[in-house]
Design a protein around this ligand. Structure first.
Ligand code: PMP
Length: 423
């Protein structure tokens, strides 16, 4: 395990106060804070290297290109992709999903063909497909969830605590062309058994996109082991800068899909008669990339790897279990998502705890906690269909990162008790 006090020193923002109270930052599922090494790396690049990548013959351009392509290699290693050709830089998870939605539907789907998502998706994995439904007449279907926030087809728990998936086949039809599914729910914290789902979808010849926005920050991702066809995640949720994300795609799929946007960087030769496109991954990277952010992301990955993905996961699991235990001691507490079996291996819940207390509106709870220095998220968390399913307008959400502590959870719990007394 790592030295948490030392780690917290890497994030100066954690030392600040709000409303005269020490900041307790528990909104990490929305975005994480950035360690000094990431800020330093980006400042250093702007100060001493800055030049556009891939284009110049000059020294600085070459140096910036080297940093940018080294970042791609870093990301490749981080998720264990076969090749850097399979790593496409995007602005984030949202753009990565939109890229696949657009290019996949254009080239692989006919009107009436289906994409299968779930009831616990973030809007980015719903609306991207709905746009294609409007444009191309595809159909968006969704797997329902149980009352405790697991996919209905995957809620059987075996005696060793592992989750077995026995039924996504029920939701596959001869028109299903793609399954697109969150690895970890940003509201419920549910860890979906994506490896089982992928195996089952593949048995029916159907590719799978995994939305890894809430998993990549918290657990070791191995895209070859998962055997997913696409995997999307965002840099800013894993200690990297905003505006940079990743789409992993199996080379075969990326070769088959048409470009998403047109412009510089993505072309081979342009004439008025006919334009040909660059090789992978550049075919999907139109325009000047955020090459400083890619370097920042690579530095964030280095940082996480220095601490150790296993250590991060263990620490955050401990925080999640502790938070769940403590919250359940509060009168009127309703926690959404899997309640048990916590602490089992593999875990079914990760780093996100959503709740409401009695009849207290989530917005009131969040606003009053804020006055105590505690930053939580309130509202629908970009998952309105999930809110409809749960029959609520929103939740209060506490979400953890590698720098959070049990003492901060104690402050949260004391804060909730204090707020609850006011009602
Ligand atoms: N999917 C999930 C599960 C998320 O939690 C988020 C961010 N809240 C997104 C997609 C979208 O990520 P971004 O806004 O970074 O593109």
């Amino acid at each position: 395990m790592y030295n948490i006090n030392k780690v917290r020193e890497d994030f100066p923002i954690l030392q600040r106060e709000v409303y005269g109270k020490p900041l307790v930052y528990l909104d990490n599922a929305a975005t994480t804070q950035k360690p000094l090494c990431v800020l330093d790396a980006m400042r250093e690049e702007y100060l001493n290297v800055n030049a556009n990548v891939h284009r110049g013959v000059h020294y600085l351009s070459q140096q910036a290109t080297d940093l940018h392509e080294a970042a791609r290699e870093k990301v490749r290693q981080f998720i264990n992709a076969r090749k850097t050709e399979e790593i496409v830089f995007t602005r984030g998870t949202t753009e990565a999903i939109n890229l696949v939605a657009s290019s996949f539907c254009e080239s692989q789907m006919q009107p009436g063909d289906e994409v299968l998502v779930t009831d616990m998706e973030h809007h980015s994995n719903i609306v991207s497909w709905q746009l294609q439904a409007m444009k191309r007449g595809i159909v968006v279907k969704h797997i329902p969830i149980t009352d405790d926030g697991r996919l209905v087809c995957c809620h059987n728990t075996t005696t060793d605590g592992s989750v077995c998936c026995d039924g996504i086949a029920t939701y596959l039809t001869e028109r299903t062309r793609l399954v697109s599914i969150a690895h970890v729910s940003n509201v419920l914290g549910t860890i979906n058994p994506v490896k089982d789902i992928i195996r089952e979808a593949h048995a029916h010849g159907i590719p799978v996109l995994v939305d890894g926005a809430q998993s990549a920050p918290h657990m070791k991702i191995d895209v070859q082991d998962l055997d997913c066809d696409f995997f999307a995640f965002s840099g800013h949720k894993m200690y990297g800068p905003t505006g940079i994300g990743v789409l992993y795609g199996k080379e075969d799929w990326l070769e088959k899909l048409p470009p998403y946007q047109g412009g510089g960087e993505m072309i081979d030769k342009v004439t008025w008669e006919r334009t040909t496109f660059e090789r992978l991954p550049f075919k999907f990277e139109a325009g000047t990339p955020d090459y400083v952010a890619t370097h920042g992301l690579a530095t964030a990955i280095d940082y996480m790897e220095r601490i150790g993905l296993d250590n991060i996961e263990a620490h955050e699991q401990e925080l999640t279990c502790y938070c769940m235990e403590q919250l359940q001691t509060i009168d009127g507490m309703h926690i959404y998502g899997p309640l048990s079996p916590l602490g089992t291996v593999p875990s079914v819940k990760d780093a996100v705890v959503s709740f409401n207390v009695g009849n207290i509106h989530h917005l009131d709870m969040g606003t009053l906690l804020d006055r105590l220095g505690i930053a939580v998220r309130t509202g629908h968390h970009c998952a309105q269909p999930l809110m409809d399913r749960l029959g609520i307008s929103g939740t209060v959400r506490a979400s953890f990162a590698l720098y959070n502590t049990k003492e901060e959870i104690d402050t949260l719990v004391a804060g909730i008790r204090r707020v609850a007394q006011m009602f």
